[in-house]
Write a protein that binds this ligand. Sequence first.
Ligand code: HSE
Length: 433
Amino acid sequence: MPTGIAILGCGTIGASVATMLLRDHAIITRRSGQRLQLRHVIERDIAKARDAGVPRRLISDTFQTALDDPDTQIVIELIGGLEPARSLVLQALKAGKHVVTANKYLLAIHGTELLAAARKAGRALMFEASCGGTIPIILALTRGLLANDISRVVGIVNGTCNYVLTQMTEQNEPYADALKAAQAAGFAERDPTFDVNGMDSAHKLAVLAGLAFGVNVPFEAIERAGIDTLQDEDLGFAREFGYVCKLLAIGDKADGGIALSVSPTFVPREHMLAAVRGSFNAISVTGHASGETLYYGRGAGGMPTASAVLADCLDVALGSAERLIAQLPAFQKRRPAKFLPARQIVARYYLRVTALDAPGVLAKLAGILSNHGISVAGLTQHERRATPATAAGTVAAVVVMTHETTGGAVAKALKEIDALPEVAAPTVRIRVL
Ligand code: HSE
């Protein structure tokens, strides 16, 4: 008997999953010994599903059709967003269906509730495609590294941002053009704001950190900044100083708790994450026995993501998915872990101060940094031709690379620095890996 499948939502990923189910069944069966059968595509826009090559008889705009079909065992939720996705997933589980989803937003916000519903129903709720697109990172965290105490997860987990940053850095393409191209390629969320403001990466970090550290991650515990406020000048400085700017999601088990953040970060050019280009993602996970491990692949796009969706379906068909979900320590209502506020997160920083090119300014900056216990690793002053001159004199970019310090110390120092009469614009602060 084949395992019957209903796809909920026929957008970029839904269309690719349908294509694979209709076209690649020989490969799937040869590789897994399982037969997957596409039985329903639930899509309000019937023409859209037909354009994706789905036979008309499989398309319906009523979810109940799939719920009532006893030969449909799996519902693949690919509509995205919180509602109605949450209600439909709950409905599917209640109706005895297994659920596969790529919806990181839904998991980050309602994961605990939905996993509890799945356990209660004795069904699986699988989500390999929710993080890192095609990369089997959920598999690595829930099985491959299961014997490890994990201390760190660091990843490039948004294909859109990585594509945009790569185009800006390597081709000098303007931000808006690169973002448009990422949307046209089907990498971006329906509302690309979620990509560029770091929300999407934070959703993924909530899922990954939950699995890695075996905790429930309250979404608000994640300190977040996106690429939407980056300035070309800083990408130039990154290049000049031997770094590449990436949007990184970082989860660290620090002494006092768990530190979670998403932010543009300068990555040393020789670091493996610096070589991750375009829509590719990569996630590094460090375990006490494994040491550092790295997972790489296409983080966005229809077919790469469909590959991960179908891996989950096969896990269900093979009977291993329900057992995995039943014992998963993440997404459990248990004593919440301690999460470090941003001010306690320890990191190195790049600071770009826009200051009047006047005597004594450097000394003042150094004094303030020192008063806050921030040790300077490097300091350069650049008088840039492009830098605007003010009535008071020439403005120069003073770039400071700090040693490790806390977010709190940097915030306090910058408040004082930006209040100096010689400082002409808010100081830019970017984390350094
Ligand atoms: N918009 C997401 C990205 C899709 O660009 O990575 C994959 O989750």
